[in-house]
Design a protein around this ligand. Structure first.
Ligand code: ATP
Ligand code: MG
Length: 386
């Protein structure tokens, strides 16, 4: 087992060679609530550290992200998360991507088309540029030792703590009056197992997920102090905040793969045009970027701006008095042109299902190696090696 004391990325050797002054890791670690401003500053520091050191020491910045296989990925996933994963992988960050198949049943009665959904996610990952040689893509149901970590982790949290988790509360609100299942209540702990089994140091999150990551950090801290005599069996991972706002779907609510309001990565150019044509806007001819006053128009400008690498205000300026029709044309062209390569690669990959299977098998085997070692350490420090 590791005998080092718990350290954060800035206090590790990566930083000895590249000192950073503000803000210190301690600022983040001492602040249980993790205010947005501090997390924002800390993410900027992390980004700079990654630029400088990831290539020479990939494990120091090991990153875990993932998705639930509840349906096809949409442009919200592409812009807020998938592109960023590829960017970090290409900088040398050691990347793990969990397909969280057990978490599909946190808020629904059946797993649905789980096999097809899992394979669809893999196709989008590969088409976007995730490289299975460098990135471990795995399904957590295939990694028993990861799931077993949930048992000691559950002993480290209270039910009151779980009940006040804002993410759990939000998910419960979205699930249309369903009673709170034990899995939904405890899924932040399951997520802690996803993050900690591979000792990841970085977890890209949206602003709303900061409290979630705080729980993982608490689990790591409490495990180390309660069961490992203060040794750093688990590092406390840090949030890397996404710059991308939550994109709205064509109905004006959060774009979500469980709703019919998405522009899917796998859609054809014609399907994309149809979906965008049906998107909600307003009747004002002059196009302006006003997220509070005109959220639907601002959302379309944001999508175009992110894809064209242009400020949304400047996209609005170009469209001027063209109205919603011109705006939708600009967005449709931006989506279809930006995604043409992705879609062509995805279609090619889809012709080789055996390859997709081999990527999953390989990723699951690697994740199992890592999880088995972590569980062996956990059992050893807990005196359970018989
Ligand atoms: P579901 O409807 O099944 O909950 P979803 O579309 O909300 O699916 P998730 O798998 O829950 O997708 O989300 C995974 C991650 O994808 C989120 O944490 C977030 O980072 C990102 N994401 C999802 N939807 C959006 C969106 N509309 N805008 C920006 N990012 C998004
Ligand atoms: Mg969701």
């Amino acid at each position: 087992m590791s005998t080092t004391t718990p350290t954060a990325i800035t206090t590790s050797t990566a930083v000895t060679t590249a000192p950073v002054t503000t803000p210190s890791a301690a600022t983040v670690h001492d602040d249980e609530c993790g205010t947005y401003a501090v997390a924002r500053d800390r993410s900027a520091v992390l980004d700079a550290l990654i630029d400088e050191h990831a290539a020479e020491d990939p494990a120091r910045f090991r990153m875990l992200t993932g998705d639930r296989p509840t349906g096809p990925l949409h442009i919200g996933h592409y812009l807020a998360s998938l592109r960023n994963r590829v960017r970090l992988q290409d900088k040398g960050v050691e990347t793990f991507v969990v397909i969280a198949d057990f978490q599909v049943i946190t808020d629904r009665d059946s797993v649905g088309e789980i096999g097809a959904n899992v394979r669809g996610l893999v196709l989008d990952y590969l088409a976007a540029g995730l490289d299975p040689e460098r990135t471990t893509i795995f399904t957590h149901s295939a990694v028993p030792a990861l799931n077993q970590l949930m048992l000691p982790f559950l002993s480290l949290v209270t039910d009151a703590e779980l009940r006040r988790n804002p993410t759990v509360k939000d998910e419960l609100t979205l699930s249309d009056g369903r009673p709170l299942s034990g899995l939904l209540l405890t899924y932040p702990v399951h997520q802690a197992a996803d993050i900690l089994f591979c000792h990841s140091r970085i977890v890209p999150v949206g602003r709303d997920q900061l409290p979630h990551l705080e729980l993982t950090r608490a689990v790591a801290r409490r495990f180390n102090s309660r069961y490992a005599a203060g040794h750093s069996v688990f590092p406390e991972p840090e949030a890397l905040l996404s710059e991308v706002p939550l994109l709205l779907g064509t109905d004006g609510t959060k774009m979500s793969k469980s709703k019919g309001n998405v522009i899917n990565l796998r859609d054809t150019a014609d399907e994309t045009a149809d979906r965008i044509r049906a998107a909600r806007t307003d009747s004002e001819r002059r196009i302006t970027f006003d997220p509070n006053g005109r959220p639907a128009v601002a959302n379309l400008l944001t999508i175009a701006g992110l894809l064209l690498e242009e400020a949304p205000e400047s996209v609005a300026e170009r469209i001027g008095d063209g109205g919603a029709q011109a705006l939708k044309r600009v967005v449709t062209d931006a989506v279809n042109e930006s995604l043409a390569g992705h879609r062509a690669r995805r279609a090619d990959l889809a012709r080789d299902p055996a390859y997709v299977t081999s990527v999953l098998h390989e990723g699951n085997a690697r994740a199992n190696d890592v999880a088995d070692r972590t569980l062996a350490t956990v059992r050893a420090v807990m005196g359970m090696s018989y």
